[in-house]
Ligand binder design. Structure first.
Ligand SMILES: [Zn+2]
Length: 324
């Protein structure tokens, strides 16, 4: 599940580094330490505008901050703290340990130390959250100071993430295929949806998103065919998730499609649209809104490139919808 990290950023050097690489993004193609690396190729997919925001942490005298930084995963949320409040938040997209990159971005302090534990961060948002509130939500003493980079446990993080709606809908933990299969096979529909079950559902969703989007910042909606930033797209089950068998969910290459939040996701879930014999079909029921009718007319008959392989799931949806 998603974790939160505290990044103290009140001292002058931190403020200077924030200015250099967080408030003003870094131009990726100009960073020599990244040139030709696998990371550069991955970053180019996530940041097609060639600009990304970067933060760093020193490893610490006894590697204590390095060990905290190593806990970070994609989708975790960094809270930047100064004085008695969190003033900025952002979502981790990539991490790398590199002195070379750190020196190039921020140089060194007077002891020759550089923040080599590096993270790339998106979805930056201004915040004004009192330290006391966060400490209480995490189960700490209200006046506990934040003097070093710390990553909270998943359990302690959950209350803060939900209270301030910080969990990313774009960046999810990277889940390997065998872990996804284990999650699907261990699923028990009679179990209550508690925090650990939510964590598994988030991993399942993250795996499907990664399958569909593969780190790309833009992708095409399966129904309307428009290209949107992936934050406006959902990895939607062609056959309703709750109705899927274990075998259906293991068929991850065919059971999920990208649907846009700008309309198609709701239209599909509410059975206003489906796909029949490769083409988008729309409801034959009366639609009172002229604007909605116009939209449905526009997408009707489009060829859906996701049909092949997913026929049985679309057929389930069409039959279940029963309006066509
Ligand atoms: Zn769409």
């Amino acid at each position: 599940m998603t974790k939160i990290a505290f990044q103290p950023a009140g001292d002058p050097m931190s403020e200077e580094n924030l200015e250099k690489s967080l408030y003003s993004p870094v131009i990726l193609s100009e960073v020599e330490a990244l040139s030709g690396t696998q990371l550069a190729r991955e970053l180019a997919l996530t940041y097609p505008g060639d600009m990304a925001r970067v933060g760093g942490v020193k490893r610490g005298k006894r590697d204590e901050q390095l060990r905290e930084w190593e806990k970070l995963e994609r989708g975790d949320v960094v809270l930047f703290a100064s004085g008695d409040e969190v003033f900025l938040s952002g979502t981790i997209t990539h991490t790398i340990q590199s002195k070379e990159l750190a020196r190039e971005l921020w140089s060194e302090d007077d002891k020759g130390v550089t923040p080599e534990c590096i993270y790339f961060i998106d979805e930056m948002n201004k915040q004004r959250i009192p330290r006391e509130t966060i400490n209480r939500l995490c189960g700490h003493e209200p006046d506990m100071p934040w003097d070093s980079f710390t990553v909270e446990s998943e359990r302690a993080s959950a209350n803060v993430l939900y209270a301030f709606d910080l969990e990313s809908q774009v960046y999810f933990p990277l889940v390997p295929e065998d872990e996804y299969k284990r999650i699907v096979q261990s699923f028990n529909p009679t179990e209550p949806v508690d925090a650990s079950r939510r964590a598994l559902m988030r991993k399942e969703e993250g795996f499907l998103r990664n399958q569909l989007f593969r780190g790309r910042a833009m992708a095409e909606c399966a129904i309307c065919g428009r290209t949107y930033p992936t934050q406006f797209l959902v990895a939607a089950h062609v056959k309703a998730w709750a109705e899927c068998s274990t075998e259906d969910r293991l068929d991850f290459e065919n059971v999920a499609i990208p649907l846009c939040k700008l309309g198609c996701l709701e239209l599909y879930r509410r059975n206003y649209v489906t796909v029949i014999d490769e083409r988008v079909a729309v409801t034959t029921a009366k639609v009172d809104s002229a604007d909605l009718r116009a939209f449905l007319t526009r997408i009707k008959g489009r060829v859906c490139t996701w049909w092949r392989g997913s026929e049985a799931y679309f057929e389930w949806h069409t039959e279940h919808g029963s309006f066509y």
